[in-house]
Design a binder for this molecule. Structure first.
Ligand SMILES: Cc1ncc(COP(=O)(O)O)c(C=O)c1O
Length: 353
């Protein structure tokens, strides 16, 4: 029995997936109750009157090439948020199974787990040790109920990475009883190795990547789940049909040209440079007590009063994020790295009382 079948919600193993209308572009479509005319001002290539390709194969092939994995090991979704939701729905039996996470971290893991009716087990990061993982605490929190371990590297909102060998050791330990999901939404901004290279060594490893951050495509809503093909096949069974809209598919295929990718690499380097510059500038502000090292496109900043930082930023015309609701990041704000000009204006605004 494959690992995906062993861990899947039993109800899904007998589920008959929705059968969408046949997709054969060479034939005229009178099979999906679509409107035969394009709407006014439709600038799409495929026609907005038509449903999009139900399983977006061209898009999945392009993204598989981008990440260097075979297409049968990748599932595309409407942002990573959809991928996270599908994982919870595929593997967690409500009222029985649990998700383990290390807060403070990306909020959608907890929300998706709770929507699914799963338990949430939390092992807080250690603020006193640069927000590293409490491995001893994590070991004692692991139980047979834990089906998904959600780790984020670089972590949102702390910006730190988890070394690859530590992730591999955990994947080995969880081997045939839980999936290790590593969210690498920000990995392109980091110098730490991605776990992608060890995918084939760990049948229980699931990697999340998104076009929202390094590729500047947050508005297109596109993220991918990368894992062994039995896990991807299971997620495909429960993914809604036609989930990637035609304008999204077309925009992404247009946006991921070789030239655009070269431009994205230049911008990543630019952002990393700005990250160091902004960190130095923030450290000169009297109300800032610490700027944590970051491998992402944001900085976590501890200060005398997060509320005052928020007010000053707003007065200067900027929104930044108060992350004080997490007990481990009391009086902290998260600041996304902007352009050089934005960063300079923000620091000046924060300096003014
Ligand atoms: C760690 C992390 N994972 C996933 C996401 C969601 O990504 P997407 O825009 O692809 O839904 C975010 C968004 O901020 C994030 O910070």
């Amino acid at each position: 029995m494959s690992l995906a079948h062993k861990l899947a919600r039993p109800a899904l193993l007998t589920l008959t997936p929705y059968r969408h209308a046949a997709w054969e572009p060479s034939l005229e479509r009178l099979n999906a109750n679509e409107n035969p005319w394009r709407p006014t001002n439709d600038v799409s290539a495929a026609g907005l009157n038509r449903y999009p390709e139900p399983e977006p194969q061209a898009l999945e092939r392009r993204l598989a090439a981008l990440y260097g994995v075979p297409s049968h090991q990748l599932l595309v979704g409407r942002g990573l948020d959809e991928g996270i939701d599908l994982l919870m729905r595929a593997f967690l039996v409500p009222g029985q199974d649990a998700v383990l996470q290390c807060p403070p971290t990306f909020g959608m893991y907890a929300v998706a787990a709770q929507i699914q009716g799963a338990d949430l087990i939390e092992v807080p990061l250690m603020r006193s040790a640069d927000f590293t993982i409490d491995w001893v605490g994590l070991q004692s929190a692991l139980s047979a109920r834990v089906k998904l371990v959600m780790l984020c590297s670089p972590n949102n909102p702390t910006g730190h990475c988890i070394p690859r060998d530590q992730l591999q050791a955990l994947a080995r330990q969880l081997a045939d009883h839980a999936l290790l999901v590593v969210d690498e939404a920000y990995i392109e901004f980091s110098d730490t190795d991605s776990v992608l290279a060890c995918l084939d060594d760990h049948p229980n490893l699931v990697i999340l990547r998104t076009l929202s951050k390094a590729y500047g495509l947050a508005g297109a809503r596109c993220g991918v789940v990368i894992a062994a093909s039995d896990i991807i096949d299971l997620l495909r069974r429960i993914r809604p049909p036609y989930s990637m809209a035609t304008p999204t598919q077309e925009a992404i295929l247009t946006a991921l040209t070789e030239e655009a990718l070269r431009e994205a690499s230049v911008r990543i380097e630019q952002l990393k440079g700005e990250r160091s510059r902004l960190a130095q500038a923030l450290k000169t502000l009297p109300q800032v007590t610490q700027v944590y090292p970051s491998e992402a496109n944001f900085l976590l900043v501890a200060c005398a009063s997060a509320a005052t930082m928020m007010t000053r930023a707003r007065r200067a015309g900027f929104l930044i994020r108060d992350v004080s609701h997490h007990p481990q990041t009391r009086e902290c704000v998260r600041i996304s790295i902007g352009t050089r000009n934005q960063n300079d204006r923000l620091v000046e605004g924060l300096r003014l009382s």
